[in-house]
Design a protein around this ligand. Sequence first.
Ligand code: NAP
Length: 312
Amino acid sequence: MSTAPIFRRVALIGFGLIGGSIARAARAQALASEIVTTARSEKTRARVTELNIVDRVLATNAEAVQDADLVILCIPVGACGPVTQEIAPHLKAGAIVSDVGSVKGAIVREMAPHLPANVHFVPAHPVAGTEHSGPDSGFAELFIDRWCILTPPDGTDPMAIEALGAFWAGMGAKVETMTPDHHDLVLAITSHLPHLIAYTIVGTADELAQVTSSEVIKFSAGGFRDFTRIAASDPTMWRDVFLNNKEAVLEMLGTFNEDLSKLTRAIRRGDGEALFEHFARTRAIRRGIVEIGQDSAAPDFGRPHPPLKKAE
Ligand code: NAP
């Protein structure tokens, strides 16, 4: 990976899972001569100071972006518009302004109008994460072999796109560029809908009167617990994703409902052939994901299993 710093000063606005992981990875790979950060609350800022991962922790967004060559907003999608408005007068000419939001069309609509003409705007989405949040949750390896999608508006300086791409590649990510609308459609099916389904199933199980909640937890290894991991994701982040990618999610939800109706009909009619055909197709998709290295081939998602005790 990279050895020479790509940027002189990088400013991270927000220090949770993503901001904290960028700070740790950029520091480990020496991608910036200086990393400064800020967070909304005094509590988080104090914790980041204690962690001693960045060069300076500043009290305000305006102070943090001062003289920064790269500014990355690592905050919920819904907060990006107002924060951009706040930092705009303090940005250095020629700076690159980016974000990490899981939705891109709304980010461009909310951020671009506030930015001065003398900065480069290159929105980004690292397709990597966990269900944990906060300043302690980040880790330097989060982006290794994960995609980072850049969605620069038409006419963006290619040098700025290249520099941001090199920064993400330096943290181990594979970089791809696409339009914000295409990003939102792809992510609606690969990320947003799966989260919605997980939130639904976990909520439904919680409401079932015939099955006690202790049984749901006890027998969760039957598949339920894999949904609970996704459904434990940050409520603020996911509220903002669904509010800001409404059209694409509703379109995918329409297709999903049609497919669910087909499977419902096959079960009702006892159509084993239709069910088998469907499940064989989906099994092949899983194998494809493993083949391209996007998940481990280890059984049970690589969870450790204790050895069987020898009979006395
Ligand atoms: P996180 O761990 O909850 O951290 C969020 C950070 O944003 C905190 O520093 C928080 O400050 C700050 N913040 C929250 N609300 C704010 C507001 N209204 N104004 C200013 N700052 C605010 O979140 P995260 O998981 O890093 O997510 C950050 C962004 O990354 C989101 O846009 C999300 O879509 C995107 N993303 C997340 C994942 C994932 O899996 N988590 C993956 C890819 C992209 P305090 O700590 O002071 O409250």
